[in-house]
Write a protein that binds this ligand. Structure first.
Ligand code: ADP
Ligand code: MG
Length: 360
């Protein structure tokens, strides 16, 4: 078990690519921490620096309070699982699993005992004599995980380990991982570009952009209170609607965006300048019959999602602004219908147009 710390870590590659910028973060013992962000945001580098596969250009990395910045990977006792998990093709599953233990000179009886136990946990016990070529993608995935597990490391570092699996299997593997984390009570550092995966797996989620941690917190906190416009747009599906609005003060306060105007009156946050980014989640909008409504638009697209409908409303022809709304499956909605929706004022998100930070 391990507590992992980044203290003011920078990583600049030759050629000036900045993969980590002044990263300070504590991962608690036994915590499932997810790094999520778009491609190139630094996710893999965060893990590789912790694993010792890259050395930081500044700052320190600690395991259980011990500075390991200069330590070799094998001294850190952390197991890393990559997206492209390379199993030895000519070795059986058993040989793949025990290879690391053999290299460490562990006695055969202990090795067998561990391999058997881990194989049972991962439900691959009856595959031990097969070669990787005789396994499905999901089974190979589990063997790769098993190879990390048999080492009983202090922590697991996983870099997009599920992204090679087909969607159904990915869902299953996700459940397995969560279960495994609970039963092992080990520290997990997990990288994904998939915000849904991040939300469902993480005790906490760190949202990365351009090598910086934009926000770190429990999944629902990121969803309810994104501290930047980027986090607001990245976390949550379907994505948050965002509009740059003019703040008009007359009798009350009114936000004017493309094809709409929303009175916010009392709900106006202090410190609002004359421009603001307005964010509204598609789930926070409700259809209304009475006018005036907050938004009125013509239905451009209806995506039935089983339990609900995802509807795109065209708000304004000139700017082609649209609003995504999640509506119940009844009453039916058809392309071309005119629909009015409202949003509760306490569900509005405001971001500063200067620096994209949240305005409370
Ligand atoms: P992610 O895993 O989020 O896609 P990476 O950590 O792989 O992001 O990369 C972060 C940034 O660092 C990118 O701009 C990438 O091009 C750069 N980078 C990563 N590895 C290297 C490397 N070995 N040499 C030079 N630049 C790199
Ligand atoms: Mg990566």
């Amino acid at each position: 078990m391990a507590r992992l710390s980044y203290q003011g870590v920078d990583k600049v590659f030759s050629g000036d690519a900045v993969a980590m910028r002044d990263v300070t973060l504590e991962v608690e013992d036994g915590e499932f921490m997810v790094f999520v962000g778009p491609s190139g945001s630094g996710k893999s580098t965060f893990l590789r620096v912790m694993a010792g596969l890259e050395s930081p250009t500044g700052g320190r990395v600690l395991v259980d309070g011990v500075d390991v910045t200069e330590a070799e990977p094998q001294e850190r006792d952390l197991a890393m699982v990559f997206q492209a998990y390379a199993l030895y093709p000519h070795k059986t599953v058993r040989e793949n699993l025990e290879f690391g233990l053999r290299m460490r000179g562990m006695a055969r009886s202990r090795r067998d005992e561990r391999v058997t136990r881990i194989a049972r946990t991962l439900d691959i016990a009856d595959l031990l004599d097969r070669k990787p070529g005789q396994l499905s993608g999901g089974q190979r995935q589990r063997v790769a995980l098993g190879r990390a597990l048999v080492r009983e490391p202090k922590a697991f570092l996983l870099d997009e380990p599920l992204s090679n699996l087909d969607p159904a299997l990915r869902l299953h593997a996700r459940t397995e991982l969560a279960r495994l984390h609970r039963s092992l009570a080990a520290t997990f550092l997990y990288v994904t570009h998939d915000q849904e995966e991040a939300m469902t797996l993480g005790d906490r989620v760190a949202v990365l952009r351009d090598g910086r941690v934009q926000q770190v917190g429990p999944p629902m906190e990121l969803y309810r209170r994104p501290v930047t416009r980027f986090v607001g747009s990245f976390i949550g599906s379907p994505a948050m609607n965002l509009y740059r609005c003019r703040v008009v003060r007359s009798a009350g306060v009114r936000l004017e965006g493309p094809g709409f105007g929303v009175e916010i009156g009392e709900a106006a946050p202090p410190g609002l300048a004359d421009q603001v980014w307005l964010g509204i989640r598609p789930h926070d909008l409700t259809r209304v019959d009475t006018r005036p409504a907050d938004f009125v638009g013509r239905v451009e697209l209806v995506e039935p999602r089983g339990s609900d409908l995802l509807v795109q409303l065209r708000l304004d022809d000139e700017s082609e602004a649209t609003l995504a709304v999640v509506l119940p499956p009844q009453p039916e909605v058809e392309t071309g219908d005119e629909i009015a929706v409202r949003v509760s004022r306490d569900r509005l998100h405001y971001f500063d147009p200067e620096d994209d930070t949240r305005i409370e």
